[in-house]
Design a binder for this molecule. Structure first.
Ligand code: FE2
Ligand code: FE2
Length: 452
């Protein structure tokens, strides 16, 4: 595979095939590494080369890791013009014996002028992998048989660790970033300094998304110094209510990949964002509270369908909570955007004819009893743009921690919530990004009957 890796950079399979076609002496082909999954069985050397176009570069930002799972990882990156791409990954920083996965799945590979995506599969849990993107310009496209290809452009080598019961239980949460780039910069600087295994982006990443350009900037090429904000720390993304707004948001999968379908039964394939993974002693569960107004609200003009979505997630959740690796975890943390509890009796529960929801009653009614039955310790929510902590009570045995917002005043300020399990307990530390100070710490003992 080292031969394949070098040849890819020199024009890849294009040059290999071209040498044979012109009668030049070619090195004997290296034996192909057996594919570890159907997704990896690509890159056959059968492509007749076209003239190389020199000097065109397409990569505009670092890759963004997403949908981390014990055996898979998504990689997406922004490009400035039509390009095809691949990811090389290996279990060593030199990328020796790397596996190459081309974008676009089976059949003809993909090209796009804004974002490329590759899914790495067949990975081992709790294991570090090194990877880099390879981007090839597609220039002067006339038709399928008349395309000029650019020089393959290799990105920097990055690494990630897959989740798993043996992975370090360190995570960070950011939420309600709302495209406030002045604050997003320090938020991601803080996360990079804390070095978590994963970052949960707990909704309202966007405001309203009317075209793909906008989504690519928000997720893959944010206007901040650290374009590598998720190049080594994968994102677990949960939708906020704003992340359902705008006509283009219906195509968000083209930028933020859905979970791999094989993570769930075919019954639940439409639940594209829910996750239930182990990160060391912590089981992390992602739920989607949806929009903040009921489906029958006149503002939706009949276009909203969130209530069935919440019910379908409930069926998935009940099974996810019963899975061995989730039920056996010393800690269970749920992440969702809209809070599932509010202490103010007058708070809008999101099922009335009002303009927003302080909390999501339908989700609380559906999911709360399951949390209680399965020993969920804390729900990490967002949406209110104000940090607060609701301790567990006898009637609601799960606590709730609500992250901050995009303001800059004493009650609305951005937060990064850092979780880790040092010292035999789960500790959630809340950082105020405006002041740099810790504004709260919340500790949880291992679940009843389970030793940490
Ligand atoms: Fe928000
Ligand atoms: Fe929100």
């Amino acid at each position: 595979m080292e031969l394949n890796r070098r040849s890819f950079l020199a024009g890849g399979t294009l040059f290999a095939a071209g040498a044979l076609a012109s009668g030049a002496q070619a090195e004997p082909a290296a034996p192909r590494k057996p594919a570890s999954s159907p997704y990896h069985a690509r890159g056959e050397e059968t492509f007749t080369p076209q003239p190389i176009v020199k000097g065109l570069r397409r990569v505009v930002a670092e890759p963004v890791l997403q949908c981390p799972a014990p055996d898979s990882m998504g990689v997406a990156w922004a490009v400035s013009g039509f390009a095809n791409g691949a990811v090389e990954f290996a279990d060593n920083p030199q990328l020796q014996n790397a596996t190459t996965v081309r974008c676009g799945g089976f059949g003809v590979t993909a090209f796009d002028d804004q974002a490329l995506q590759v899914r790495l599969t067949g990975l081992k849990p709790g294991t570090r992998y090194w990877y880099r993107t390879i981007t090839t310009t597609i220039a002067n496209y006339k038709n399928s048989y008349s395309i000029q290809m650019g020089e393959p452009e290799a990105g920097d080598v990055h690494s990630f660790m897959t989740p798993g019961e043996n992975a370090p239980a360190r995570f960070c949460v950011m939420n309600d970033t709302h495209e406030n780039w002045k604050q997003f910069g320090p938020i991601v600087e803080k996360i990079l300094a804390l070095k978590p295994s994963v970052t949960v982006w707990n909704g309202d990443a966007t405001n309203t998304t009317e075209d793909k350009d906008h989504a690519v900037q928000t997720f893959l090429n944010p206007p901040v110094a650290r374009k590598d904000y998720a190049a080594d720390i994968p994102l677990l993304f949960t939708n906020g209510n704003h992340d359902f707004r705008g006509k283009w948001i219906r195509h968000l999968d083209e930028v933020m990949m859905p979970r791999l379908p094989s993570e769930r039964s075919s019954r639940d394939w439409d639940l594209k964002r829910n996750f239930a993974i182990r990160l060391g002693d912590v089981a992390m569960i992602g739920l989607d509270t949806g929009e903040d107004k009921p489906d029958w609200h006149p503002k939706w003009m009949g276009l909203a369908n969130f209530s069935p979505y919440r019910k379908a997630q409930t069926v998935w959740l009940e099974e996810a909570l019963a899975r061995r690796e989730i039920d056996g975890a010393p800690y269970i943390v749920v992440f969702c955007h809209i809070p599932l509890f509010d202490s103010y009796p007058e708070a809008n529960p999101g099922d009335r004819l009002e303009n927003w929801a302080d909390w999501q009653k339908e989700c609380a009614d559906l999911w709360g009893p399951l949390f209680a039955r399965h020993g969920v310790q804390v729900v990490v929510a967002a949406h209110k743009h104000r940090y607060r902590f609701d301790p567990a009570t006898a009637g609601r045995p799960w606590a709730q921690l609500v992250g901050g917002g995009p303001g800059k005043n004493p009650w609305n300020y951005p937060t990064v919530i850092a979780g880790d399990t040092a010292g035999g307990e789960l500790k959630l530390t809340v950082h105020n990004i405006l002041t740099g100070k810790v504004v709260g710490t919340h500790a949880f003992k291992p679940r009843r009957g389970i030793l940490g």
